[in-house]
Design a binder for this molecule. Structure first.
Ligand code: BGC
Length: 379
């Protein structure tokens, strides 16, 4: 069967023939892959800056954002049935007894670093015709979300961040658990840095949670990202076109900054502007370049004197996947066009190496194994 693979030793990315997987354990499920999203991590793997093939393999089948359909179930499965739509999780636990997070079912918090990630680290991914996985790693998707469910995995990043943020907000003794309406009445504000899929999906979650949300990104408006921000009731600010005072006002009084750019210089610039008792969530993974200068005294002073929380978040738990599927359903009801507009192209597996290696425009570009569509850029 066909698969899109990365060969780190020979620096190649190509469509290959890959052996079709078979069920080898009773709780396994065989899944036909329908759609795979391309993200910054995939591009880094294809630039040979990240990613590791499985032990003993020259290549890594790429792809970790996906949607599939169940083709075959093992005798010890109970939840999924042939024909069901499913989204698999990405990370698999490390084998060490002492890793409490992995043993408790939270490999997203693994402490040994010996986890694997499908399509990223030590395990083949989903950009292929069929995959086999254990039933416990598959999450059921309602058929009505067929067109947009490939956005589940990037949304899980924001779901996990939201869970963490809630804990940090409730550390403030006078804050009580609030409904979205109460959050709105308290005029809680958030700024998202970056208008890529992780940023825009994060903005959607924040809007649903009742935050007044602004998205701060490089491209001048109007552009497809700024249109989505406006369609969901947020405000879009372009980096180049806002004066310094407006920037201070924008960032000075907000309760939360959600970073989704992976640009460390921007993140630390903006961190300087964070207000009292506020939270700064980092989700981007920058490539390792030359060190940069940061205003460390000012940052540390602010973090202490303003009771700030700065935290990083990676990957996601099974609960975060369930929540993401529920929230995709909510977004689909509230903003069907804006949600669909996040997917800016659908391409064939043959076109995948070019997309992974080239400069990709658009927001979320998707590879589909289902039908030979050509790109629908700018849809
Ligand atoms: C993926 C995560 C993964 C992380 C680090 C991200 O692009 O969405 O699942 O844990 O990269 O490898």
């Amino acid at each position: 069967m066909k698969a899109v693979a990365v060969f780190p030793r020979t620096h190649e990315v190509k469509l290959i023939e890959h052996e079709a997987p078979r069920l080898t354990e009773p709780d396994q499920v065989r899944v036909r892959m329908l759609e795979m999203g391309i993200c910054g991590t995939d591009k880094e793997i294809c630039a040979f800056e990240y990613g590791t093939p499985p032990a003993g393999s020259d290549y890594l089948v790429i792809g970790h954002e996906s949607l599939g359909q169940v083709m075959e179930v093992g005798p010890a499965t109970s939840r999924v049935k042939v024909g069901d739509l499913v989204v698999p999780t990405v990370r698999r636990p490390c084998p060490h007894a002492a890793c409490h997070p992995c043993r408790a079912g939270y490999p997203d918090f693994c402490i040994t670093g010996d986890y694997t990630e499908r399509g990223i680290k030590g395990a083949h991914g989903f950009m292929t015709e069929e995959v086999v996985d254990h039933e416990r790693y598959l999450h059921l998707v309602p058929p009505a979300l067929r067109d947009v469910a490939v956005l589940t995995e990037p949304l899980t990043i924001a779901e996990k961040a939201r869970d963490q943020i809630q804990q940090f907000v409730y550390r403030l003794p006078w804050v009580e658990r609030a409904t979205p309406e109460e959050v709105r009445r308290n005029e809680l504000t958030a700024v998202v840095l970056g208008a890529g899929p992780v940023g825009l999906l994060g903005a959607m979650i924040l809007q649903v949670a009742g935050f007044e949300t602004a998205v701060y990104a490089l491209p001048p408006a109007p552009n497809p990202g700024s249109e989505i921000v406006e369609a969901i009731g947020g405000k879009y600010y372009s980096h180049g076109s806002i004066p310094a005072e407006t920037k201070q006002a924008l960032f000075g009084h907000i309760h939360l900054i959600y970073e989704a750019t992976g640009v460390s210089r921007l993140a630390f610039e903006v961190l300087k502007l964070l207000g009292p008792n506020s939270i700064f969530a980092l989700t981007g993974v920058p490539g390792l370049k030359e060190p940069i200068e940061v205003d460390a005294d000012l940052l540390m002073r602010n973090i202490v004197l303003k009771n700030q929380v700065v935290f990083g978040t990676v990957n996601a738990s099974a609960e975060n996947f369930e929540a993401a599927i529920r929230d995709i359903g909510i977004f689909h009801q509230r903003w069907p066009d804006a949600l669909r507009a996040l997917i800016t192209s659908r391409s064939t597996p043959e076109e995948a190496p070019g997309l992974l290696l080239g400069k990709i425009g658009g927001i979320k570009n998707v590879i589909t194994f289902e039908r030979a569509t050509s790109r629908e850029q700018g849809r």
